[in-house]
Design a protein around this ligand. Structure first.
Ligand code: SF4
Length: 354
């Protein structure tokens, strides 16, 4: 039987950040105009995550698409008449869009854009782990493949994880949680649930450092510290607000502080600046002295989305997300269970994801 400390043992290959050729304003505008024309021609919409490049988020909004967290991205697809969804984000987001919208074509600028949490949890190993613990209810985070979701009882996002796990704990259920260990420990602490936790981690959030955060806070004593719960426990402990991307954006907009130290992917700054242009945003420190390339608080896979490959995929129709129907059907069940729970408990209507 695989021991808990043996889960998520595979070495995650973290790619270097792609270097996109610098575009002049004129070139960039011409590219945007081509994309706009192609979106119309293909009856397509852009569905972008808060962590992708600001130009893509702006274009999604300008063209009537959506900029959101992972779950809302998926739900958006069910509300639009567009035949094609172009998902600017990482692969599990495209897959979730397809699971919820099987009749639509789902394209992505780069199918290699994955996620360290998803990569840490291969479906066969995960399935064997679930088989070894048949008395546990399987709860998986949205950042997983369709095949892993197909093995789960529940899918959760970061804003709905607490109420769902609390509900399950009250029923006396033991929980098998995957794949993010930090979010899992946070949920366990907050709910008192008994949880077996897969040992995956986000390569971006794991780099935030508590000692450097303390130092930065001394320089900005009035700043509120906002932390995504995929961060290590000692960073979460120092937060004024712990929450999903949507919750952190809301905090910047609504809290009276003028300064915020933000511990999540820096892509989120575009939306925060848009909604609260007068607030000062400071990136939470990563590795401090001796920083590595992996510690720059920007997801290398999210960075694989650009205006250039977006235009290409719209032009060629390539990079379509396809999911085996049996897996899609099984994966839909725990996703739908979460959506029903949110509706029945008045959570949302738009609970947030990554
Ligand atoms: S930021 Fe972390 S959790 Fe989000 S897609 Fe990148 S690796 Fe995955």
């Amino acid at each position: 039987m695989i021991a808990i400390e043996e889960t998520a043992k595979q070495k995650i290959e973290v790619p270097p950040h792609p270097e996109w050729p610098e575009l002049s304003d004129e070139e960039k505008n011409a590219l945007k105009e081509r994309i706009k024309a192609l979106l119309k021609e293909r009856n397509a919409v852009l569905v972008a995550h808060y962590y992708v490049d600001g130009d893509l988020q702006a274009l999604a909004e300008e063209t009537g698409g959506c900029v959101a967290d992972s779950l809302e991205m998926a739900r958006y697809g069910t509300t639009t008449d567009a035949e094609t969804l172009v998902v600017c984000g990482v692969r599990f987001m495209g897959e979730t869009s397809k699971i919820l919208n099987p009749e639509k074509r789902v394209l992505m600028p780069d199918l290699e854009a994955t996620c360290s949490l998803d990569e840490s949890c291969p479906a066969d190993e995960f399935s064997a782990f679930c088989d070894a613990h048949p008395d546990h209810t399987v709860v998986v985070y949205a950042n997983t493949s369709a095949a892993v979701k197909a093995r789960a009882d529940w899918v959760v996002t970061s804003s709905i994880a607490l109420p769902i796990v609390k509900h399950l704990a009250a029923l006396g259920e033991k929980i098998l949680w995957a794949p993010d260990k930090h979010l899992g420990h946070y949920v366990e602490q907050q709910t008192g649930a008994r949880m077996l936790i897969w040992q995956g981690a986000c390569v971006v959030h794991e780099e935030f450092k508590a000692f450097a955060l303390d130092r930065l806070r001394r320089l900005h004593p009035d700043a509120a510290v906002l932390v995504h719960p995929e961060s290590p426990e000692e960073v979460v402990e120092r937060a004024d607000v712990v929450g999903s991307t949507t919750a952190l954006i809301k905090a910047v907009k609504e809290m009276p502080n003028r300064e915020f130290i933000v511990a999540t992917d820096e892509g989120i700054f575009w939306k925060m600046h848009q909604l609260a242009p007068d607030k000062k945003l400071i990136a939470a420190p990563t590795a401090g002295e001796g920083a590595t390339c992996e510690s720059c608080a920007h997801c290398p896979w999210m960075a694989m989305n650009s205006l250039q490959n977006l235009e290409q995929v719209l032009r060629t129709g390539s990079n379509e997300i396809l999911i085996e129907e049996e897996i899609r059907r099984k994966a839909l069940i725990p996703i739908q269970r979460m959506l029903d729970f949110a509706r029945e408990h008045g959570i949302g209507p738009r609970p947030s994801g990554d």
